[in-house]
Design a protein around this ligand. Structure first.
Ligand code: ZN
Ligand code: ZN
Length: 125
């Protein structure tokens, strides 16, 4: 099981920082940083950014950064500064529950016009 501590350390590790830098930034001891990095056998890029779980990489496809859509949405929601840069909001459709990206509009509730219409028809609101 990945802990918050190891997720934090591995996040810096993936950014290419050395053990000493990571220890200085996080306040953990150098030994802690080293042992966390050694314990994490899976290459950092193959771990879920949100929960630290190993992510299976389908061959010949774009690298997956999250183990699930749930983690992807949670991560984007906790990194609003990165979302803003791209002007993309990562949302979950209030009707079908599918994650979707909304360009520049944080108030969108549905992934598509169809979901919007369906939700209205069923009288959810
Ligand atoms: Zn995850
Ligand atoms: Zn939908």
């Amino acid at each position: 099981m990945a802990t918050d501590k190891s997720i934090e350390i591995m996040e810096y590790r993936r950014q290419g920082l050395g053990y000493k830098r990571i220890a200085a930034i996080t306040g953990y001891s150098l030994n802690t940083v080293k042992s966390v990095c050694r314990r994490s056998q899976t290459p950092a890029g193959k771990r879920c950014l949100q929960c630290g779980a190993a992510v299976e990489q389908p061959p010949h496809r774009k690298e997956k950064k999250f183990c699930s859509d749930k983690c992807r949405v949670a991560w984007w929601n906790s990194h609003p500064e990165r979302v803003k840069r791209r002007a993309f909001y990562h949302m979950v459709c209030a009707h079908c529950g599918q994650p979707f990206e909304s360009y520049g509009n944080q108030n969108r509730k549905y992934c598509s016009r169809r979901c919007y219409d369906d939700a209205r028809r069923k009288g959810v609101e």
